[in-house]
Design a binder for this molecule. Structure first.
Ligand SMILES: Nc1ncnc2c1ncn2[C@@H]1O[C@H](COP(=O)(O)OP(=O)(O)OP(=O)(O)O)[C@@H](O)[C@H]1O
Length: 245
């Protein structure tokens, strides 16, 4: 049954992909997935390699299409919305940041311009400071930044849209430990202060324990939703699916 008050609702999502191994020539990667984010929560998506975590995130970001099903942000259906409008509310951050052409400031301004939102300079300055990027010249070329700096800038670019849901695809995986924890802290502070929901794809049980209160485990096309209390930590089953890698 639809939950019209949900922040994000996923109903009956299926995805089939070509497969030489199956006699049908297809593999069901996601099978009628249902899930609901009712309030701004932080959720980790876990599961073994190739179980469809990134695909699910990309479908949720409207960057890939499902074969069946629909999803809703604050009750509005993705299928009846312009993709750009959907993506301003449900924002995807990739593992490897891609810089737009131009300066650091151009990168921040372009996103506001593309989505028709006001560029909030004080917010940009605050986030740059919080992210340890305030020493970087705003007029300097974004392409010259280090990998870790690009990742933080890409994150700020997404936060500037004030999305309801942030989809984080292994966003700390290519960073060193210190930069990774910095990015994690920025996101958790944003989550607490701005009330955005976070959905993290992660292979790290310790990161999920620190950053999430629920786990969506993907296995054999199905999604299992489990609570993660501070006392219980990650269940053996979930950790096992991570260990399968
Ligand atoms: N559009 C597509 N066409 C064909 N195959 C695809 C497509 N999208 C994903 N796949 C395949 O689906 C499977 C799942 O990929 P996906 O990246 O979603 O898994 P994952 O759980 O994120 O894996 P990992 O943990 O290794 O990153 C892979 O075998 C991938 O090659």
């Amino acid at each position: 049954m639809r939950d019209l008050n949900a922040l994000l609702e996923i109903r009956g999502l299926s995805k089939r992909i070509p497969s030489a191994r199956e006699s049908s020539g297809e593999r069901v990667l996601l099978h009628k997935i249902d899930a609901v984010i009712r309030e701004p929560e932080s959720i980790a998506i876990m599961g073994g390699s190739g179980q469809g975590k990134s695909t699910l995130l990309r479908i949720l970001a409207c960057l890939d299409s499902a074969d069946e099903g629909d999803m809703y942000v604050r009750g509005a259906s993705c299928s009846s919305m312009e993709p750009a409008k959907w993506r301003s509310q449900v924002c995807y951050v990739a593992q490897h940041a891609v810089m737009l052409p131009g300066s650091v400031e151009d990168n921040l301004r372009t996103v506001s311009r593309l989505h028709g939102t006001v560029y909030e300079q004080p917010l940009a300055e605050r986030l740059m400071k919080q992210s340890g990027l305030d020493h970087i010249p705003m007029k300097g070329p974004a392409g010259d930044l280090s990998g870790g700096e690009k990742q933080r800038l890409a994150l700020i670019r997404s936060l500037m849209l004030r999305p309801a849901v942030l989809l984080l695809d292994e966003v700390t995986a290519s960073l060193d430990a210190i930069s990774g924890r910095l990015v994690e802290d920025i996101l958790l502070e944003w989550h607490r202060e701005e009330g955005a929901a976070l959905v993290w794809v992660t292979h790290h049980a310790d990161q999920a324990s620190r950053a999430a209160s629920r786990i969506w485990t993907l296995k054999d096309g199905t999604l299992t939703d489990s609570e993660l209390s501070c006392e219980s930590g990650i269940s053996d089953e979930t950790a096992g699916s991570v260990r399968e890698r």
